[in-house]
Design a protein. Sequence first.
Length: 254
Amino acid sequence: MLPFLKNHPFAVEAFFKSSLVLTFAVPKEQIQHLIPECLRLDTFKDKWAFIAVAMVQTKELRPKGLPRFFGNDFFLIGYRVFVRFTNKAGKNLRGLYILKSETDRKKMTFFGNIFTHYNYTTTDITRVIKNDTLEINSIKSGFKLRIENAVAQNISLPVASPFSDWKEARRFAGPLPFTFTYNPVNKEALVIEGVRENWTPSPQNVLSYRFSFLDNLKLTGIRLANAFIIEDIPYYWKKGKIEQWKKEENSRAF
């Protein structure tokens, strides 16, 4: 397989039927080792770093410009760290570094691993609405989430959240404009920009959750910081852009 194909060689578009994101706050020293040298943790009060778990129902995902009937529908799950990157123009870009990606379709795993560095795996995903709750779970991946499936008023932040209100929490609600991968041999960062409109996240009331992936990281002090959902949003990713990384340039951005 030609290596350049994995560098997101063309723009991709999709329709987000829903995107539910839970963001977990972690003492920054706990996850510094999870990101490559070209990136810096995006922190809150110089103490908290963040891992987001995104569960996205996509429709009609396809190369941008193709008719909708060429698209495919998938459920995607991503575990991501909030990070920053300074590009060669000196701009401080805010985005995500992907730790793990999962999907419910083998087709998405196959093509996703040809055209991206996200290392997709295929898993079982069940989504059930029961009474006033939405439950999403996977036996193979070892996760189970229950949220209140109703329009609730005056939802409180998670008890241990480091944020003082939902406005403050929304800064770390995702998805951020950029996604980054890194080639340590060539010292190259791949920057992928996402474009969306009318992005208005709604706070969610999380009733219970368990994610084996997070448990296996054995993080100390991790806590749920916020949960948001958006629905019915068109979205597209631009063609990937390679940036040469130099340590001295990155150091000047601190």
